[in-house]
Design a protein around this ligand. Sequence first.
Ligand code: HEC
Ligand code: HEC
Length: 263
Amino acid sequence: MILFAGIAVLALLLVPATSGASGGARVGAQTTSSSAGLQAQGRQLYLQSCAACHGPNPNGPSEYSTVPSLRDLGGAAAVDWAVRTGRMPFQSTTGEAIARSKPRFSEQEIPALSAYVGRAVGDTLIPEVDAGKGDVARGLQAYAQSCAACHGTNGAGSALGGANIAPTMLGVSPLDVAEAIKIGPGQMPPGGGLPQYTPTDTQSIQRVNDVAAYVQALNKDRFNRGGAPIGGKGPVPEGFVAWVIGLGLLILVVRWLGTRNHT
Ligand code: HEC
Ligand code: HEC
């Protein structure tokens, strides 16, 4: 029983990673829907799980000086990213929510939350991305110019000083890439440093697709690019190895279960 529960959780965790690894064509919805039901559900979830820290109105002040108001954080995309990656709801009113965690809302609840907050703050855009349309070589170039200084050429991430960490690109989905670039979470600048970035501009979308394709390639080909990732890149590399090995084993286990269940 425990084994099965564990595997179920791990399978859930694997969804973004494996969808990325298998070509990565995860496309964000253009704009979050604004249907009344979705809005009402989103509002309820917000009041239950977010308002205690971020304030009763997403477009108003937060409850603590150490908690940012959702007014200027990037609208629906910021909520979608923070909640999908399990960073929010946070357990503390202070500190940096750098670490990913298990998402606490369902795939149906997350769009409701994002749509509600997005509408309240006047930014409902979830950026478009299709890593399948990206070019890895161009992506490498753009990534090397704009992202590598913080996230490392091999995607290992790095410590930026203080409590700030540019996180690893391992297990990051194309939608994570597009949303992070749009919102610029924490120390990351909006646009991620990509030249002339605007989320709806065709050239920007192509560049994001390229970068997303490169990040997918990094995820597939971690040990063959940019030398060995171990050594000299801050606190993260050992974690990678565990991840890569762990992920490989998990995929095997999940596949094995899959074949068993279908018979
Ligand atoms: C216990 C307090 C707390 C709760 C509850 C909470 N947050 Fe936060 N939230 C924070 C803090 C503190 C930060 C700043 C973290 C940081 O700078 O990395 C933050 C940051 C954010 C950010 C910006 C993330 C970034 O790195 O740019 C978003 C978006 C967000 N919260 C959304 C939500 C949503 C949506 C909910 C409800 C599902 C929620 N939060 C619940 C405390 C909270
Ligand atoms: C100045 C340093 C800096 C630059 C430049 C930068 N980032 Fe970031 N990035 C960060 C930091 C810091 C975070 C974590 C923010 C947080 O959690 O609040 C982050 C978060 C992310 C995430 C979210 C990862 C996750 O676990 O969900 C992605 C994806 C990402 N960045 C991709 C990029 C890409 C692609 C570029 C280049 C186009 C880029 N970043 C440029 C510092 C940077």
